[in-house]
Design a protein around this ligand. Structure first.
Ligand code: GUN
Ligand code: ZN
Length: 488
C-alpha cells in the first residue's frame, strides 16, 4: 500500500500527503530535531510553529538508561510528550562524528520498533565528501547490507513503522546513483539522502545539487525523500525543487547557541543587528537586547522563519512559481548562485517532471533563460513546418509585406509565429525590457535551430534592431538567412 499521495507538482518538487501511524502530514515539511537530553523548545510546543512531524535520535535514548526504560515502557511519543509522528535516527551520525557506537544495526532497529517510532532508520555509514573512492564504495556495501538486513527484520506492509532507505556514496555521483538504485530495489517506505552535513557546512551547494539529482533519478517517484541535516531555510527552495520532501532541523537551536539569527536569505550575527527585521511573534514582541539575553527566544525566532520559508515553498509549488523562488533566494549568496547554475545543467531532466502548462513566468535573471519551459519550447520548434518566404524579426514594425510567414523573436524563447503573440508560454511570460545577453543567446540559438531544420524549404530574412548588434551568433545566422539590421 502506498503511504504517499502527491497533490501538486512544480519542477521536481511536490506537495504530498504522507500517512503515518500518528496521522497524515503534508510535505514538504521540516522535522525539528528534539534532543531528549537538551530540550530547547519542547516537542509539545512544536505544533505552534507549524511542525507536523518531529525527529529524534534513538541512539541517544538507547544509551541513557532512564530514557531507554521510559521509552520502552511508554513509547517515544510519551517520552517526548507529543502525539505527532516521530522519525527516529539510528545513531549513524554519532558513528560518523565520534566513531564509537556500541549497538548493532539489528539492535537499534528493534529498539526503534519497540519504542513505537513512526519512521525507523537503519545504521547506515555516513561517508564524508571527497573521501577515497575505495573507502566510500566499501562503506556503501556495508550500508546496503544493513539496509537489506533492516528490510528483512521489518518486512514491507508487516508492521506499523515505516522504514527509511538511506542513500550514501559521498561525492561520487555514480556511487550515489548505485546507492539509490539498490536501495530502491530493496524497497523502502521513504528514502533519505545522507552524508551531506559537511557539504552543507562548507557551502558546497553545487555538489549537493549533483548528489540530490543522482539519488532522485534512481528512486521511485511515489516515495518521499528526506535530506538529512538540511535545516537552513535558504536551502529549502532549491532542495524542494530537486525533489526533496522532508528536512530536519537542529539548525534552529544550534545557530541560536552561536547567537546567530536565521533569515530566508542567510544568517546574521545577533550582535550586528540594529533592528529585528522579522515580524514573527518573537521579533514583534522583543528587542535586539532581549534576544541577546535569551537563546530560547532566538531559537524560537529561528524556528518561526524556518517554517515560514517552508510555507512559502509550498505556496510556490501550488502556484507554479518555485523556479522564481529559487532564483530569488539563490541570489542571496554566491555559493547558492553556483548551485542554481548547477541546477540549470539538469533543466532537461527537470522538464520531464515539470507540468507542461502552468502560469506564465517572470524573467528574473539570466538563469531564467534555462528554465524548463524554455527548453521545452526549444524541443518543440520542430512542430513548425515552414516554407516560402519567411521573415524572422526582433521587432514587429515596418516592411513586413510579401512574406508567407512572420516570426517574432522573444528572448529567451526565440522565434515564434506572430499569430502566437498571446499564447502560453512565449506570448504571456514577462521579460524585462533591458534583457540580458544570456536570454538573447538562447533566443538566437533557437533561431539557428529553426533555420537549420527548415534549410532548403524556406527562404529566410532575419532582421534585428540595434539592441542585438554585435551578438556573435548573428554571423552564424547569416549562413542560413539574409541578415539585415532594421533601420526603421
Ligand atoms: N544525520 C545527518 N546525516 C546523516 C546520515 O548520513 N545518516 C543518518 N542516519 N543520519 C544522519
Ligand atoms: Zn522573528
Amino acid at each position: 500500500m502506498n503511504n504517499f499521495e502527491i497533490l501538486h507538482k512544480d519542477l521536481m518538487g511536490r506537495i504530498g500527503k504522507l500517512r503515518t501511524t500518528h496521522g497524515y502530514i503534508e510535505t514538504p515539511t521540516i522535522m525539528p530535531v528534539i534532543n531528549p537530553n537538551l530540550v530547547t523548545i519542547a516537542a509539545a510546543d512544536m505544533k505552534n510553529y507549524g511542525a507536523e512531524m518531529l525527529i529524534t535520535n534513538a541512539y541517544i535514548i538507547y544509551r541513557k538508561p532512564n530514557l531507554r526504560e521510559e521509552a520502552l515502557t511508554n513509547g517515544v511519543h510519551s517520552l517526548l510528550g507529543t502525539d505527532m509522528p516521530i522519525m527516529t535516527d539510528s545513531g549513524s551520525y554519532q558513528l560518523y562524528e565520534y566513531k564509537d557506537v556500541e549497538v548493532s544495526n539489528k539492535e537499534i532497529l528493534e529498539f526503534q520498533q519497540n519504542i513505537g517510532s513512526d519512521v525507523c532508520v537503519p545504521l547506515d555509514i555516513p561517508t564524508p565528501p571527497y573521501w577515497k573512492r575505495k573507502r566510500v564504495k566499501d562503506d556503501l556495501e556495508v550500508t546496503l547490507s544493513r539496509l537489506q538486513e533492516a528490510r528483512n527484520l521489518m518486512p514491507a506492509n508487516a508492521q506499523d513503522n515505516m522504514l527509511a532507505g538511506v542513500v550514501q556514496g559521498s561525492t561520487f555521483v555514480d556511487l550515489r546513483e548505485e546507492s539509490a538504485r539498490r536501495a530502491a530495489e530493496i524497497g523502502f517506505d521513504l528514502y533519505a539522502v545522507g552524508g551531506v552535513v559537511p557539504l552543507l557546512e562548507s557551502h558546497g551547494f553545487d555538489k549537493l545539487v549533483d548528489i540530490i539529482v543522482a539519488a532522485k533519478k534512481n528512486l521511485p517517484l511515489n516515495a518521499p525523500v528526506h535530506l538529512f541535516g538540511a535545516g537552513h531555510p535558504m536551502l529549502f527552495p532549491l532542495a524542494v525543487a530537486l525533489g526533496c520532501d522532508l528536512f530536519d532541523s537542529a539548525a534552529y537551536a544550534l545557530f541560536a547557541k552561536d547567537k546567530r539569527y536565521l533569515t530566508s536569505d542567510g544568517t546574521k550575527k545577533l550582535e550586528k543587528l540594529r533592528v529585528l527585521p522579522c515580524s514573527c511573534p518573537v521579533c514583534s514582541t522583543y528587542s535586539v537586547a532581549e534576544l541577546k539575553e535569551s537563546k530560547d527566544l532566538l531559537a524560537a525566532h529561528n524556528l518561526w522563519v524556518t517554517f515560514e520559508e517552508m510555507r512559502m515553498v509550498k505556496q510556490s509549488i501550488a502556484e507554479g512559481s518555485l523556479w522564481e523562488l529559487c532564483e530569488r533566494r539563490c541570489r542571496a549568496y554566491p555559493s547558492l548562485v553556483d548551485a542554481l547554475k548547477r541546477m540549470t545543467n539538469y533543466s532537461a531532466l527537470i522538464e520531464k517532471y515539470d507540468s507542461a502548462t502552468k502560469r506564465p513566468f517572470f524573467y528574473l535573471s539570466e538563469f531564467s533563460a534555462h528554465r524548463p519551459e524554455v527548453l521545452r519550447y526549444s524541443n518543440r520548434l520542430n512542430r513548425f513546418d515552414i516554407s516560402g518566404r519567411v521573415l524572422i524579426t526582433t521587432k514587429e514594425e515596418c516592411e513586413e509585406e510579401g512574406y508567407d510567414h512572420i516570426f517574432l523573436v522573444k528572448p529567451p524563447f526565440g522565434p515564434y509565429p506572430v499569430e502566437l503573440n498571446e499564447s502560453y508560454p512565449v506570448g504571456q511570460s514577462e521579460i524585462p525590457v533591458a534583457i540580458d545577453n544570456e536570454a538573447k543567446t538562447v533566443a538566437l540559438q533557437n533561431v539557428l535551430k529553426l533555420l537549420a531544420m527548415n534549410k532548403g524549404k524556406a527562404k529566410f530574412v532575419f532582421r534585428y534592431d540595434s539592441t542585438w548588434e554585435g551578438h556573435p551568433l548573428l554571423e552564424e545566422i547569416s549562413m542560413y538567412a539574409d541578415v539585415r539590421q532594421k533601420i526603421c
